[in-house]
Design a protein around this ligand. Sequence first.
Ligand SMILES: [Zn+2]
Length: 437
Amino acid sequence: MPALLEADPDRIASAARRVMARCDELARVTAMPGGIERVYLSPEHARVNRLAAEWMRELGMRTRQDAAGNQIGRLDRIVGDRLDPDAPALVIGSHLDTVPDAGRFDGIAGVLIGLEIARLLRVPIGDGRFGVPLPFAIEVIAFSDEEGTRFGKALLGSSAVAGLWADDWWALTDAAGTSLRQAFLEFGLDPARIGEAARRPDELVGYLEAHIEQGPELHRRGEALAVVSSIASARRFQLVVEGEARHAGGTPYDMRRDALLGASEAALAVERICREEHHIIGTVGQLEAFPGAVNIVPGEARFSLDLRGEFDGERDRVWDALTRDLDAIMGRRGLRWHAREVHNAAAVMCAPLLQDVVREGIVGAGSSGGDEPPVIFSRAGHDGMSIGAIADVGMLFLRNPDGISHHPDEAVSASDVALGIRALADSVLHLAADRRS
Ligand SMILES: [Zn+2]
């Protein structure tokens, strides 16, 4: 299907330049000297929300900051010569918060691309007012907390919008001991009103997000854009291996029950088994030995495991295979082991219709040379994981040269951003055409 978007290339190129310039501008709003760090409910969060609100108002959007500190801009649907303030909205969003010493595009580029799509699709209706001639309204949401940097809990902003806020989160504290409740009050938000941030499914047509890929897949394939099929979710475990602490000099090898060696072999088993299953990725990111002295054979070892896959079933089968391997390893070494699951969430599948319109948008943008664009799953978490509870989710990835992310070297090119803007704007028009038919 041909592209539906009629926009001249100069207009798209200048939209991409504006996205790049604004990524630079937002990067200067930071709590970290010489780097980028912008966390939930901080003075920097307030400043980027004010900037985003200003940019939204320039486009003729109605703006508000919701009860969880998310910044929202809305272009109403045009019906006849009027605006319909109550029409369900297609949400285009991503997040403005960052990890410590972050790059400048993760999340941020997606919000700014959303604003450029609003700019391309808006139409004046007189009195300086703008709307969209579509069967739905367009909302751009800049989510306030995706990374979970400050309170150790990710997706706080989008969880509030999805109505998934849990009461026990109020007691979460940051590194300075400030509770989430206290931080709300200091930011000027009322914890008692958090429920007002929640949206009903019937208010939403769907959710689209453009995000830089946080891996090298597109770069390796020589492609600028991809359709995202699903957002993988991790299962996380804390594992403990128990052996016997003894004198490092006096204990011969045949008497040792070295817990650290058992844990090390387990970490290698994670790598081996996950490499055999190319859709599964497992990481041991923490490993500690106890009592932790240079002259004692470790009597206990603790390590973490993060396991992700495109499909929950595959991921769970890998965990089962791993447990059998661990039984064998520990049995051979005279060790005991146990695991506690600390996190388990289902993968979010992108809706088939939204995958379709994103694919049509990418084909129309010409980034795949007219061929079928790549379809990849996201190994990283995104706001769509919580929004999936109330709306269909679709995502588009932009090439990230070298694939590095959560790092100052994170990158995306202006020409790929231009392709992304064109593709996602066209996706919106395909969705509109689908809803009209
Ligand atoms: Zn992100």
